[in-house]
Design a binder for this molecule. Structure first.
Ligand SMILES: [Zn+2]
Length: 219
């Protein structure tokens, strides 16, 4: 999953007390922000193993601090606490935390067995990355379905709202296309980790702008 992690964020953003869309985008990818950050620091580890899955060559052999269920819960709790401290919005904090947790569940669907409950084996993953004819339509459907859902439940409140919305859609499609179709990397380089962090950040900034230029419709 790459852009699919933003789907829960876009659905959650339609709840009246939810945090802004930009905050929820960060929540959806918080575990990968953490993973690539910790990988840069040499704390978590991955390597390129071309045959590990049909679609994604990442052999994610050591990520106990971001992609164990226990660690995910800690990150979710921390993120929820931050939202609560900054806004006093308890329901918004819970929504943010749940979106952080959704990352682990979506990863469980697609990853090769590399996820853990608390850092040590058994390793889990249903490996949908071996089934592109299922994984690709699924990821596109949940992401763009969620975007359509968000758009249907909000209305524009600024002249730039259409522009930033189209920008977000193009960015998501482009990032996913690069993720799927660009030449496979030969090694796990720093450049690759930094590129991923930049992509997550750019998507979150675009989502922040979309969130600022739309508001929930009254129901
Ligand atoms: Zn992940």
């Amino acid at each position: 999953m790459f852009i699919g992690h933003f789907a829960p964020a876009m659905v959650a953003a339609t709840y009246p007390k939810a945090p802004g869309l930009g905050t929820l985008f960060v929540a959806g990818q918080l575990l990968d922000f953490g993973f690539f950050g910790l990988a840069l620091a040499g704390v978590e580890k991955f390597r390129i193993t071309p045959e590990i899955t049909k679609m994604v060559p990442l052999d994610l052999y050591h990520m106990p601090y971001t992609h164990s269920l226990l660690a995910s819960a800690v990150w979710a709790l921390g993120f929820a606490l931050l939202i609560w401290l900054f806004t006093g919005n308890r329901i918004g904090a819970m929504i943010g935390g749940l979106v952080v947790l959704s990352h682990w569940v979506l990863d469980l669907l697609v990853h090769a067995p590399d996820l853990t409950l608390a850092g040590s084996p058994p390793k889990m993953g249903f490996t949908l990355w071996d089934y592109p004819l299922i994984e690709m339509p699924l990821e596109l459907a949940i992401t763009f379905g969620a975007l359509a859902f968000f758009v249907a439940r909000t209305r524009p409140i600024a002249p730039s709202s259409k522009f930033v919305l189209v920008l977000l859609a193009i960015l998501l499609a482009t990032f996913q296309a690069v993720n799927w179709f660009a030449q496979e990397p030969e090694a796990a380089t720093m450049g690759m980790m930094i590129t991923a962090l930049i992509a997550f950040t750019v998507a979150s900034v675009a989502a922040f702008l979309v969130g600022k230029t739309r508001m929930l419709k009254q129901v």
